[in-house]
Design a protein around this ligand. Structure first.
Ligand SMILES: Nc1ncnc2c1ncn2[C@@H]1O[C@H](COP(=O)(O)OP(=O)(O)O)[C@@H](O)[C@H]1O
Ligand SMILES: [Mg+2]
Length: 371
């Protein structure tokens, strides 16, 4: 969670970066990044455009030289090692298959260039095409395959050389949404079957959540938080992460109670109770983050709820098929987002525009953020 970014360089990582920095002129595109990635892990670098993901990946590949810091792969410092010597393969967003070569030749290309014996080239290429379930397409040209299939050829080509580290830069960026979702699972299955350690870059939080074992959330060259998809979603370390991963309602306030296993925050809508301690100073400014799906909503006052219960007026409703979203305006004028799953299609909500509603959540649904 919050502390794992700082302590990442300890422990037995297979790929370790220590205080890695890359300056372009006087801008730090990558700023003091320390990560520890386990063998066989699928690790995502997640952040918006320009935050330094590709630069970090390119340093791992050897296409950029760090301004300072170390990169250890299997205990060996690889900084200064040219890309082709590193046991690393990078698959680019535009995966650039050779258009005039068959699928089989595309996958075999790198192996032949390495000068492997003919029989081994044959065996490995066949194995890789079978692995990505394209054995039957070996003789086709890239343009005769769908985008998703081409993606799998590119992956087969990257894996054929048996890299110890596979780097994927926005691997599904060229595919449309539906195909992307399907291909996400296919890629994960293949990568897990091979067991290769993988660092992938994406700006798409759903993609990171679906594919990765752990995620590093980046902003402005820095890693803000490292954790499993569940950890970064349930326990974001600060406002940026809370808001970047999914949506969070943020309530600013001051810490009013702080015990080992609970605390309270005085906010403009009232006191909010939270099911964890903060070990902070009373009256310190903090925010409470609540996910929209953790908020209950009803026109009737709920029975047995005696705190974290507030009132407001419904200003907007949107139906997204599997869930409804309500924008509720509180008495002090701020807007809260609430989502409600459509579990039963006969159970249409009776809430409509301008209704006065109650909304509430459980103590352990909130997270206190210090910054
Ligand atoms: N070769 C370069 N020369 C100068 N600036 C660069 C170069 N490559 C990247 N940058 C800058 O570094 C920052 C991070 O870029 P990049 O790593 O590509 O971000 P991301 O992949 O997260 O979108 C950006 O501000 C970008 O403009
Ligand atoms: Mg990029």
């Amino acid at each position: 969670m919050a502390q794992s970014a700082a302590s990442a360089s300890q422990g037995e990582g297979y790929l370790v970066t220590e205080n890695l920095v890359k300056h372009f002129d006087d801008v730090a595109a990558v700023d003091e990044v320390s990560l520890s990635i386990r063998k066989g892990e699928i690790f995502a670098l997640l952040g918006s455009s320009g935050c330094g993901k590709s630069t970090l990946l390119r340093m791992l590949a050897g296409f950029e030289t760090p301004s300072s810091g170390r990169i250890l792969l299997g205990g060996q410092d690889v900084v200064g090692m040219p890309p082709y010597v590193r046991p690393v393969n990078m698959m680019f967003q535009s995966y650039a298959l050779f258009p005039h070569l068959s699928i089989w030749e595309n996958v075999a290309f790198g192996l032949k260039r390495e000068g492997l014996p003919k029989a081994e080239v044959q065996q490995r290429t066949d194995d890789m095409l079978n692995l990505v379930q394209l054995g039957a397409y070996a003789k086709r040209k890239p343009h005769q395959l769908s985008g998703g299939q081409q993606q799998r050829v590119a992956l087969a080509r990257s894996l054929a050389k048996r890299p110890k580290l596979l780097l994927l830069d926005e691997p599904l960026g060229a595919l449309d949404k539906k195909l992307r979702e399907q291909t996400q699972f296919e890629l994960v299955n293949i990568i897990e079957k091979v067991g290769v350690t993988c660092v992938m870059v994406t700006h798409d939080q759903e993609e990171a959540m679906t594919m990765a074992n752990r995620i590093a959330v980046m902003s402005k060259g820095r890693v803000l938080q490292v954790g499993s998809p569940e950890e970064v979603y349930e326990y974001p370390c600060n406002r940026f992460v809370a808001d970047f991963i999914g949506h969070a309602n943020l309530f600013d306030g001051k810490l009013s109670v702080d015990e080992v296993d609970r605390c309270a925050v005085a906010t403009a809508i009232g006191e909010i109770h939270v099911g964890h301690g903060v070990s902070g100073a009373l009256d310190m400014p903090v925010a409470v983050a609540i996910r929209p799906e953790k908020i209950g909503i009803s026109k009737q006052r709920p029975a047995h709820v005696d705190h974290n219960l507030f009132q407001g007026r419904v200003k907007e409703i949107a139906y997204f098929g599997s869930y409804n979203t309500y924008i509720v305006q509180t008495l002090d004028g701020r807007k809260i987002k609430v989502t409600e799953a459509n579990t039963d299609r006969h159970d249409l909500s009776d809430i409509t525009w301008e209704d006065e509603v109650f909304f509430w959540w459980r103590n352990n649904s909130g997270v206190v953020l210090r910054d």
